[in-house]
Write a protein that binds this ligand. Structure first.
Ligand SMILES: *Cc1c(COP(=O)(O)O)cnc(C)c1O
Length: 427
């Protein structure tokens, strides 16, 4: 069954309804598979937009949600607490960088980033009150970045067709170029210059992989150098690991590969294994202390109604237990290895360019006669091609990427890459 425009009132995200593309109705999911109401089985090769880590409907996560549902639903979190949230905070403290001592809950990657930006400006505001002088407010961002779709997160992201209409509402930021291979030094020099400016508050970056910007990868050495520059100038380093966290790049955090600890860390997507929405912004003691006071006018003024939802926290606690009890990193290493093999195999075709990989994510660009970029005419045709073959792949313009749940089988992964190879011959 397909819900047509006529029968549904739903306005879908990132969907042009005027194109009247079919909108499949999904009934069930398990592992790497989605099952539609009309009986089709679909391989979810992009982890349902990068959220699903272990696989759909992981029994331990679903059981934890069901158990929690018997006990406690949403409750106020301002000045109150509950055990699932305490478990998540303690679990995160045990495995996340040691300097990140505080856990602030919210409900999406975008809000985790908004909170991070507010924490950074709050920190500089408090410091200015104490030491005198003007508080720092300028945010440095990286070209091609994506941090979400709210006004604040669009402001720190790449400007383009996505946010053209809202440009008048977006705040000013300073940009460094993407550290493409060979252009690394330009990025570092630009960052150094901007960090010297007296109004620079923080640098926000997606470590190792720029996801929505086209699965652009850069090396851990550059990430380490960027962190070194920021800390030398006292500029706060915000790592947006909403996509890269939870093993995507081969390690629990991408920052690990650079041996760095950010001042502020944003996590969401895989925090609950991808089952239900939840996010955290973790902060160093310095950031927390800047907001610490006996003056109520200086507390951190942020909350959302569903902060630390108990069901979502139960799912996150179950995810943390899976990371403790199951060989997740081995699974990730194995998947990364299989991805490399396929990338090498397909990278040989002259129709492909720029094969690239970071852990479980593998991408390549199809040579196109179109203009390239997100609106390249190839993208919708590819989408339909893959959908006909029972595959959920959603190319970013002419960039095809595979980012599956860690449980995907050899056979399922083979089907995905075979179809990508086939697409090249057909287009
Ligand atoms: C997905 C994503 C976000 C936004 O997360 P939402 O939960 O969709 O709001 C922010 N940053 C990065 C790097 C992302 O990939």
């Amino acid at each position: 069954m397909t819900a047509s425009d006529a029968s549904s009132a739903i306005w879908h995200p990132f969907t042009q309804h005027g194109l009247r593309e079919p909108i499949p109705l999904v009934e069930r999911a398990e592992g790497a598979l989605l099952h539609t109401a009309d009986g089709q089985t679909v391989i979810d090769a992009i982890s349902s937009w990068w959220v699903t880590t272990h696989g759909h409907c992981h029994p331990k996560i679903m059981a934890a949600i069901a158990d929690q549902a018997d006990k406690l639903d949403q409750m106020i979190f301002a000045g109150w607490t509950h055990q699932p949230a305490e478990d998540v905070a303690a679990g995160l403290r045990a495995i996340m960088p040691q300097s990140l001592t505080r856990v602030f809950f919210s409900d999406s990657g975008s809000t985790a980033v908004e909170v991070a930006l507010k924490m950074a400006l709050g920190y500089w505001h408090a410091r200015a009150e104490k030491d005198g002088g003007r508080p720092r407010h300028r945010i440095i961002v990286m070209e091609h970045s994506y941090h979400g779709d709210t006004i604040g997160t669009m402001s720190v992201g790449e400007r383009g067709v996505f946010n053209q209409a809202y440009e008048p509402l977006l705040f000013d930021v300073a940009r460094v170029p993407f550290p493409a291979s060979g252009a690394r030094q330009e990025t570092l020099d630009a960052l150094e210059d901007l960090c010297k400016q007296p109004d620079t508050a923080a640098f926000i970056v997606e470590p190792l992989v720029l996801g929505a910007g086209g699965m652009l990868v850069y090396d851990a050495k550059t990430l380490a150098s960027m962190h070194e520059i920021c800390s030398r100038h006292g500029v706060l380093f915000i790592a947006d690991e909403v996509m890269t966290g939870w093993g995507r790049t081969g390690t629990l955090l991408a920052c690990e590969q650079a041996g760095i600890e950010p001042d502020i860390l944003c996590l969401s997507k895989g925090l609950t294994g991808g089952a239900v929405p939840l996010a955290v912004t973790m902060a160093s003691e310095l950031i927390f202390e800047a907001h610490w006071s006996t003056d109520r006018a200086r507390m951190f003024f942020h909350s959302s109604s569903y902060t630390a939802n108990p069901l979502a926290c139960a799912a996150a606690a179950a995810n943390l237990a899976i990371w403790r009890e199951e060989p997740v990193l081995e699974r990730i290493a194995d998947l990364a290895h299989r991805q490399t093999e396929w990338l090498v195999k397909l990278g040989q075709f002259c129709h492909f360019e720029n094969p690239r990989q970071s852990g479980t994510m593998a991408a390549l660009d199809l040579r196109t006669s179109g203009e390239g970029g997100y609106l390249d005419t190839l993208a919708p045709r590819l989408l339909a091609f893959f959908r006909e073959r029972g595959l959920l792949l959603r190319p970013l313009g002419n960039t095809v990427y595979v980012m599956p749940p860690y449980c995907i089988t050899d056979e399922q992964l083979g089907q995905v890459w075979d179809a990508i190879g086939e697409a090249v011959i057909s287009f």
